[in-house]
Design a protein around this ligand. Sequence first.
Ligand code: AMP
Ligand code: ZN
Length: 459
Amino acid sequence: MAIHLFNTLGRKKQAFAPLIPGKVGIYSCGPTVYDFASIGNFRSFLFADVLRRMFEKNGFAVTQVMNITDVGHLVSDADDGEDKLEKGAKREGKSAWDVAAEYTKAFVEDSQKLNIEVPHVSPKATDHIAEQIAFIQDIEKNGFTYVTADGVYFDTSKLEHYGQLSGQSLEEKEGGSRVAIGDKKHATDFALWKFSPAGETRQMEWESPWGKGFPGWHIECSAMSEKYLGLPFDIHTGGIDHIAVHHENEIAQTLAARNCLEANFWMHNEFLQIDGGKMSKSLNNTYTVGDLEEHKIHPLSFRLFILGAHYRTPQNFTWEAVGASHAALGNIRNAVRDLPKPSEVDEESMTSFMERVNDDLDTPGALAMFYGVLNHASMERSVKSATLLAMDAVFGLALEDVVARPLTIPSVVEKLVADRETARSNKDWKRSDELRDEIATLGFIAEDTADGQKLREVW
Ligand code: AMP
Ligand code: ZN
């Protein structure tokens, strides 16, 4: 079945053709590990995960690389301000290295809770300093650099097609720019290597042919994507904020050093907003996966929430909306738990589902297909469980842990249920309610049905 994806490079939906038949290489811009990743950041990583799962479901062998930015991402995208890692270190009274290790670990744990598949390679910028220096040397050899008092810069005026990703000319970009350009020749020029400030020892700094310092933010992605995927590769992902600066500059670096377009497809997710406004670490109004859990929202419920909007439309986060997704996933889990063991997949439903998924990841459309099967009145129930599981390979709601797996009820809970049965037959409603509360603290909801009490998981 044909796969169509919206390519930011060219701004249209295109039929996807892999560079190597049956294979796809994806590079996803990963987290800057100076703080917890926000649920906004996770919208980006969930989008990349669903993209990967879509290819896997279509039978492709996927290689996904996601970098860990642990040096060089400055507070301002315009190459000035503090390094985010050094800022995090000051905030927490720890070393930049410890901060990076701590938040990398938190990122991996949060990703796991969201059932995000582990990237095949997760390279750290600080582990690839030599590769980045070599890449800068090649850019320099080809005549695209100049050196200022504070670093080695890329001269964007030397590159014929600078601006192709955002569709802006150099003049347009410069005209719209409000940043002070310092010693740079053009506002769009960007740092490849920054010198450590004179008389100051940074926590993270390395020797280089140009002087002691650290790499610019963009070079890690050019160097590490080449190392792990080769050039060109199929797809590069990230949030829309990366289009105009980070990805534009990655493309420029790889063109300058290798005369090669880095990736064929450039895919970008729109932002997750909060209560209708901007969410950003710098505005300090972000939520984390830990915050979701504190609000009794399961991370997988947030995953369902994200699937409910197309990745190319802005999505508004409210506690009410994510609460509704949480209730919906509870109901899905409840319904599929009662299904029998999976038999064969209903191919017609699956085809309609994959048509939605392969059409630029239309997850809202695919969810409608999923609910159609879940609520189907006459479909064979074992076919239903097989089909829902097959669909969930793309959604990643971890239904394989639930489908056709009746709850295991501990004997203490069984005893309380029996006691409650007795209380109810004695019309002792007060005792019955107390027992219901006690059962709930053990993770089960006792529902009173025409056939007596039925237990559900607390979700
Ligand atoms: P960072 O950790 O800042 O390097 O960002 C990691 C990823 O999250 C990047 O791809 C960003 O474009 C993306 N991102 C940042 N904020 C949001 C947001 N509010 N909604 C969706 N994606 C975001
Ligand atoms: Zn990147």
